[in-house]
Design a protein around this ligand. Structure first.
Ligand code: DGY
Length: 327
């Protein structure tokens, strides 16, 4: 990468924890300032004057954006950027980037793993073996659920949704989906409402983005529509689900089981969910391999390099695609 004259003066803020590879790559070309969290009250006058970019996986509020008058770009670590007020950034002429593509296949792989673990209870079967119960009590009980004869609905048919759909097809299961808009040239049945999709399938996989548009979209009615053999899998955002309704559905048998990688208030998983034997729970690991997180970190850095060297963002989010670099 060729940086322009004076590029060494570019100051990038890293609030909270960020992948170390991103921090070191950014530090090769720019000055990095670390801050405990993205709180306007923690910014010094010097920071306010110097900071032109943010690299982060934290919440970036409108207030924080407003507190940085020279801010040009927020490079979000993660494909989901619901933690960043991208609409406000767009209005203020601040570019926001995310990390699509590099994690698509990893997240899709993990989703299938979570689905199988949920229906075939593999984590519980392993715990049974490790506790010596196979030897003392005999074979692990047959699982009530199976993937066989299931019909899968995908909520959110973006890049990851499509990668999941391809895998589900390979398992010989029919796929249908709900999305804000029908996606052209897809061989899957489209349902214009989430409820209609849930009524048509028994297995719902949520990979929808978070934010106001999807808040608690998976509610009691949607869960009930899946039926008593229903399985709900979430690798999107916890905010898209009414967690109280989910606990009730798992407890009273409105659905059979759930597999969750994401929660509304991470890392705080509700006690009530922890108490559900028919829930398979993961600590938001869908993209969390060394390989994929490294690629995401690299893309965060590359977005900043492209922006400050040639005024381009490699992976701008939809809300800021109109933003142009200041001359
Ligand atoms: C994302 O990229 O949005 C995933 O949730 C991983 O953090």
């Amino acid at each position: 990468m060729r940086m322009p004259e004076g590029a060494g003066e570019v100051t990038i803020l890293v609030p909270g924890k960020l992948h170390p590879h991103a921090v070191s790559r950014i530090g090769e070309h720019f000055k990095v300032v670390e801050l405990e969290r993205a709180d306007p009250a923690l910014l010094t006058e010097e920071m306010k004057q110097d900071i032109v970019g943010i690299a982060s996986s934290e919440t970036i509020s409108a207030d924080f954006i407003d507190a940085l008058p020279r801010l040009q770009i927020i490079a979000n670590f993660g494909v989901g950027y619901d933690a960043v007020d991208a609409v406000h950034a767009g209005k203020k002429g601040v570019m926001v980037t995310n990390t699509p593509d590099v994690l698509t296949e990893e997240v899709a792989d993990t989703t299938i793993g979570l689905l199988i673990n949920t229906v075939r209870e593999l984590p519980k079967a392993e715990a049974y073996l490790r506790a010596g119960r196979w030897r003392s009590e005999g074979a692990y009980p047959y699982t009530r659920a199976t993937l066989r004869a299931r019909s899968v609905g995908i909520f959110g048919m973006g890049r990851i949704g499509r990668a999941i759909a391809r895998r589900v097809e390979a398992f010989g299961l029919p796929v249908s989906y709900h999305n804000r808009r029908e996606v052209a040239d897809l061989p899957y049945a489209y349902f214009p409402s989430l409820l209609a999709l849930a009524e048509a399938v028994d297995t719902l996989i949520c990979v929808a983005p978070g934010g106001a548009g999807t808040a608690k979209a998976v509610n009691a009615q949607v869960l009930r529509a899946l039926g008593p053999n229903g399985v709900f899998i979430n690798v999107g955002r916890g905010s898209s689900v009414d967690e109280e309704a989910l606990v009730a559905a798992l407890r009273d048998g409105a659905i059979l089981a759930a597999g969750l990688d994401v929660f509304a208030d991470e890392p705080n998983v509700p006690e009530a969910l922890l108490g559900c034997e028919n829930a398979c729970l993961l600590p938001h690991v869908a993209s969390a391999s060394v390989h994929t997180r490294q690629a995401m970190a690299e893309l965060v850095a590359e977005n900043l390099f492209a922006w400050f060297s040639r005024g381009e963002a490699l992976t701008p989010v939809a809300e800021t695609v109109h933003v142009r670099a200041k001359a």
